[in-house]
Design a protein around this ligand. Structure first.
Ligand SMILES: C[S@@+](CC[C@H](N)C(=O)[O-])C[C@H]1O[C@@H](n2cnc3c(N)ncnc32)[C@H](O)[C@@H]1O
Ligand SMILES: Nc1c(NC[C@H](O)[C@H](O)[C@H](O)CO)[nH]c(=O)[nH]c1=O
Ligand SMILES: N[C@@H](Cc1ccc(O)cc1)C(=O)O
Ligand code: SF4
Length: 427
């Protein structure tokens, strides 16, 4: 991989301890001081940090904020992208998922390659640099469909970055075509796949996965596919879906596992903590006594902060998901170790299907306002975190104009998407 471990990019400058660390209890203070001196937080120490409250939790946030500042400075990034969920037809039966439908359901969807290309073209015309493509595991789909999608988009839009297909989809395509993960991935890369979402990770623990997904894609297979992707030169994101039947022990083990992989491959671009959205999730509605309705506010704060601390020097981009948390909470996460607000998305549907009400899209203008209001500098990036624009003019009225490829401001004409307006009107 060409991606360089962040530890080599940023030597840890000795700095004064954040004041809040002094207010922590002795055991927490010693873990945080060690982390601030460049030490590595172990899995057991991670669990301790996840269990903090009050002044201890404040010290964890201050440490995360300091490490974020050392790694990313004042920049907070985002990418202009569009989600294309080419089908929601899926029979895998993951119990947390509100997105999957059966073929006969009235809201079942299937997009042909021409329709996918049309959406990618509209996104390109609005200034998107990435399409983020994921779908259900349709029972009648050919394993070669994944490659067909990539080829069709690249033929029309050679410069569009294709960020697509979770390890679960790769497992499905490789099984259907009877190819090894390595060969299947190399084939996709050759067709033009740029990177992969590290979804389907959920909680990388066998017992938890038995209850969430009947272990259809095991933790070991998720890791094997991610390692194979990094090996063939496909970077991936990393995710953790938390706040259901999981506990701090699972979170610390999950994050340590991601760190171990990163030490070998350098292939992760970012971690995206995904709060479990319970409202329309069968997992919750069928077991409201045993399943938590998503993480508490404290858990959300700690997830972002402890991830930053445990991954420091290895995965230095911590993304908050505005679609799970909404804009206001996403902004608060900027003081919990977060340096990235993810994508504009244009058509978010997975969180919506699970009951989330934060809309299908956020404009780049809204993102820049959120970032500025937090006293940081908005930065537009591409998928692999190369900086494209820095909006360091702090007068909001004099924003550097964000202009699409036809010279229009792509951020202010949402009515170009009739399906969005119709859905939003129906809410
Ligand atoms: C819906 S799947 C689509 C791709 C592919 N079918 C898969 O499972 O990997 C993508 C991801 O959405 C997330 N997701 C699904 N339902 C969710 C929910 N109720 N709350 C939070 N995240 C959810 C999970 O992390 C899942 O891996
Ligand atoms: N957090 C969510 C994302 N994040 C992914 C980004 O939008 C982007 O694709 C990635 O950072 C690579 O550049 N996407 C979703 O669809 N839903 C989320 O909740
Ligand atoms: N975070 C994923 C994308 C994603 C996350 C959550 C979702 O519900 C859907 C998609 C990525 O790597 O790009
Ligand atoms: S999470 Fe993915 S694989 Fe599982 S049911 Fe939902 S769409 Fe299907």
């Amino acid at each position: 991989m060409t991606l360089q471990p962040a530890s080599e990019k940023f030597a840890a400058p000795p700095a004064a301890l954040p004041a809040a660390v002094a207010g922590a209890s002795a055991p927490i203070r010693s873990i945080l001081e060690m982390a601030l001196e460049g030490g590595e937080v172990s899995e057991a120490e991670g669990v301790e940090l996840f269990r903090t409250t009050g002044a201890d939790a404040e010290a964890v946030y201050a440490t995360a904020d300091e490490l974020r500042r050392r790694a990313n400075g004042d920049h907070v990034s985002f990418v202009v992208n569009r989600n294309i969920n080419f089908t929601n037809i899926c029979y895998m039966g993951c119990r947390f998922c509100g997105f999957a439908k059966r073929s006969e359901d009235k809201d079942a969807e299937w997009l042909e390659p021409e329709q996918i290309v049309e959406r990618a073209q509209q996104a390109w015309d609005r200034g998107a640099t990435e399409v983020c493509i994921q779908g259900g595991l349709h029972p009648k789909m050919e394993g070669t469909y994944y490659r067909d999608i990539v080829r069709a988009i690249k033929a029309a839009l050679p410069d569009m970055h294709i960020h697509a297909f979770s390890p679960f989809e790769i497992w499905y395509g490789a099984s259907k075509t009877k190819m090894s993960y390595h060969d299947f991935l190399a084939d996709l890369k050759e067709a033009g796949l740029g990177s992969m979402p590290g979804t389907a990770a959920e909680i990388l623990d066998t017992e938890v996965r038995m209850q969430l997904t009947k272990n259809k894609l095991s933790a070991e297979k998720w890791v094997e596919i991610i390692r194979a992707a990094h090996e063939v030169g496909i970077p991936t994101t990393a995710t953790i879906m938390y706040g259901h039947i999981d506990a701090p022990e699972h979170w610390a083990a999950h994050i340590r596992l991601l760190r171990d992989i990163q030490k070998d491959t350098g292939g992760f671009t970012e971690l995206v903590p995904l709060s479990f959205v319970h409202t329309e999730s069968p997992l919750w509605s069928q077991n409201p006594d045993k399943v938590r309705p998503g993480p508490t506010a404290l858990e959300v704060d700690l997830m972002h902060a402890v991830s930053r601390i445990m991954l420091h020097g290895w995965i230095d981009n911590i993304q908050v998901s505005w679609t799970k948390l909404g804009a206001a909470r996403a902004q608060q996460m900027l003081s919990r170790g977060v340096n990235d607000l993810g994508g504009t998305l244009m058509n978010e549907s997975i969180s919506r299907a699970a009951g989330s009400a934060h809309g299908q899209e956020i404009t780049a203008r809204e993102l820049t306002q959120i970032i500025r209001a937090a006293g940081r500098v908005p930065v537009r990036r591409n998928t692999i975190y190369e900086i494209r624009d820095i909006y360091d003019d702090h007068d909001p009225e004099e924003l550097a104009p964000l202009v699409d490829r036809q010279g229009r401001n792509p951020l202010d004409f949402l009515d170009m998407f009739p399906e969005r307006s119709a859905l939003e009107a129906a809410e």
